[in-house]
Design a protein around this ligand. Structure first.
Ligand code: NI
Length: 135
């Protein structure tokens, strides 16, 4: 019997979407306000889900406390109140779109979650725009 256990988290971060090999006009055409050279922030909402069998002894799929601490150490400590382009190594050469942030988040968490569990990351960049990555 598989159950999906989810934990919500939050971080604020600044970013700029652009390509160095494009001029300002092209960057503005493709990325709009998110290409502002002076950066801007988002209130990111994150939902991390672990799907797996209920452990017979504990009744847990995963201890939510463990998941909470993992999100804190791997994601919140790394991204919260940071300029993603300038301060987070993963985004120095990778556009910090919601898609890429979700993939990077998944890759940072995956090694810490038992392989018998499925991992899914949902990232809200705004209350209406969100992306999902599950490997
Ligand atoms: Ni943006």
């Amino acid at each position: 019997m598989k159950v999906k256990v989810s934990r919500k988290a939050h971080f604020n971060a600044a970013h700029r979407l652009y390509r160095k090999d494009w001029d300002d006009k092209r960057n503005n055409q493709i990325f709009g306000k998110c290409s502002n050279p002076n950066f801007h922030g988002h209130n990111y909402e994150l939902i991390v889900s672990v799907n797996g069998e209920i452990d017979e002894e504990t009744g847990f799929v995963i201890d939510v406390k463990v998941l909470k601490d993992l999100i804190k150490s791997e994601i919140e400590d790394a991204f919260d109140h940071k300029n993603l382009n300038l301060e987070v190594p993963e985004f120095m050469e990778l556009n910090p779109t919601a898609e890429n942030i979700a993939v990077v988040t998944w890759k940072k968490l995956r090694p810490h979650i038992d392989l018998k569990h499925e991992l899914e990351v949902v990232l809200y960049e705004t209350p209406r725009n969100f992306v999902t990555f599950s490997g």
